[in-house]
Design a protein around this ligand. Structure first.
Ligand SMILES: Cc1cc2nc3c(=O)[nH]c(=O)nc-3n(C[C@H](O)[C@H](O)[C@H](O)COP(=O)(O)OP(=O)(O)OC[C@H]3O[C@@H](n4cnc5c(N)ncnc54)[C@H](O)[C@@H]3O)c2cc1C
Length: 416
């Protein structure tokens, strides 16, 4: 078949490559090249976190949000003028943080996340992208065991989905990473983790391998996707060019909601904007990625330096970055490594594609059966991107997925 994939972030590149391996003639379209800094896939924390079954909206968050918005040290930011527009999304997102719903979301997330490291290895195998993949524990840092125990609900859910971890005391932590602040007295080191040492170059290498093996990349912006009367579909590019295909995959990350809407679907998607600060030539580097739980940031060892990434900025898809989140990240670095020095910085902001129930939209559109959705990776879109891409190829080939895909139904938010 002739297939067009819209969006060349990790999800689109993975879909394009698995479709190509199935023998289809695939064209990948994006306004920027794969691995470009304009993609969320470029600047993330690099975690391939098969333990990440929990949504960000957890029980109790709803009561903390007003205080967080007023606290200058909190990882949550908002452009106040955007509040009225984001309110319907925010209310639903927070409402989904009730216990029974979180249990249901974790079940849905487990379906696409449990074999994430293997999915990335299968995608990158035999390509230059392989060299960016590493295995290693994902270490959650706490001041003490008592604080860790406050997260018992979440860790219990993780355990229920097969996640295991080692519990480290201060002595073990000091042994593991002597420069780490003594304020961290306890850690849960999650087994079975993996990470990417340079997410942008990783996606770029996957995109280059796809093209080397016969896939086509076309730089352009898609204005519209339209079903045709004969069961196929077209994309119309800004500038007017129209391309027809047997199947079209919508993998445009946080921008997917607009194109989905034109097909009559409500994606309930927002850009949960996040930031990173890369410290070049740092005096210390974590041996594997850390979750600094209280600050809600991740610190990862990367090729370009020590990357601290996180924060949630609810300011809409199109606004320029804020300055405060970067200052917040810089402050946290010294809480992690009190004696850290470095000699250069890179700062970045990107848009996480987040639905109100933290689950992706995956599968064919009932309104346009030739169009498949593959987006909504939220905070874990790098992790699940490889799997979403592969499942898209499976669905297009008519291969039955080995998991229940109803939690990801693309029309689940539609009004009728
Ligand atoms: C600070 C931060 C830290 C993160 N850390 C992690 C982590 O450690 N682990 C993890 O798993 N996830 C993490 N994430 C989330 C992850 O980065 C994203 O969920 C993921 O990259 C989304 O991938 P994507 O392919 O769906 O979207 P993107 O990478 O954003 O790609 C979408 C592409 O679609 C293109 N596009 C959009 N509209 C159009 C159009 N109309 N025409 C043509 N092209 C279009 C865009 O140009 C873009 O290239 C993090 C995110 C942030 C912001």
């Amino acid at each position: 078949m002739k297939v067009i994939v819209v969006g060349a972030g990790i999800t689109g590149v993975a879909a394009a490559e698995w479709l190509r391996r199935d023998g289809h003639a695939v064209t990948l379209i994006d306004r920027v090249p794969p691995g470009d800094p304009a993609q969320a896939s470029y600047g993330n924390a690099g975690m391939i976190s098969s333990s990440g079954v929990l949504p960000v909206s957890m029980p109790g968050l709803i009561w903390k949000v007003p205080g967080m918005l007023l606290d200058r040290d909190s990882p949550l930011y908002l452009r106040w003028s955007y509040l009225p527009r984001i309110m319907p999304w925010l209310v639903r997102f927070l409402w989904n943080g009730r216990r029974d719903k979180v249990v249901e979301i974790a079940q849905g997330m487990a379906g696409v996340i449990s074999d994430a490291p293997e999915q990335h290895e299968a995608l990158a195998r035999g390509t230059p992208a392989e060299k960016y993949l590493r295995r290693g524990p994902y270490v959650f840092l706490y001041p003490d065991r008592k604080t860790f125990q406050k997260d018992a609900f979440g860790f219990g859910l993780r355990r229920g989905h097969g996640v295991t971890w080692e519990e480290w005391d201060r002595e073990k932590l000091a042994d593991w990473d002597p420069a780490l602040s003594p304020d961290f007295g306890f850690a849960a080191a999650i087994n079975g983790g993996a990470y990417v040492t340079a997410p942008g170059p990783y996606v770029a290498a996957l995109g280059a391998a796809f093209q080397r093996e016969g896939g086509t990349f076309l730089q352009g912006e898609v204005a519209e996707i339209t079903p045709t009367a004969d069961g196929r579909a077209t994309v119309t590019l800004v500038g007017g060019a129209v391309k027809e295909a047997d199947r079209i995959v919508l993998a445009a990350g946080a921008w997917s909601g607009r194109l989905a809407k034109k097909l009559g679907h409500e994606a309930r998607l927002e850009a949960e904007r996040g930031y990173h600060l890369v410290l070049k030539n740092p005096s210390h580097m974590p041996p594997t990625p850390y979750s600094f739980v209280a600050a809600k940031i991740v610190a990862s060892p990367m090729e370009g330096g020590l990357r601290v990434a996180g924060t949630v900025d609810l300011s809409g898809l199109d606004r320029p970055p804020l300055e405060a989140p970067i200052a917040g990240l810089r402050k946290r670095v010294h809480q992690l490594y009190p004696t850290l020095t470095w000699d250069g910085e890179e700062t970045w902001m990107g848009q996480r594609p987040s639905t109100v129930d933290s689950l992706p939209l995956l599968g064919a559109s009932p309104n346009a059966p030739a169009v498949h959705f593959a987006f909504g990776g939220q905070h874990l879109g790098l992790t699940i991107g490889a799997r979403l891409g592969r499942m898209t190829a499976d669905l297009i080939a008519g291969r039955k997925p080995n998991i229940d895909i109803t939690p990801y139904r693309v029309d689940r938010f539609d009004r009728n």
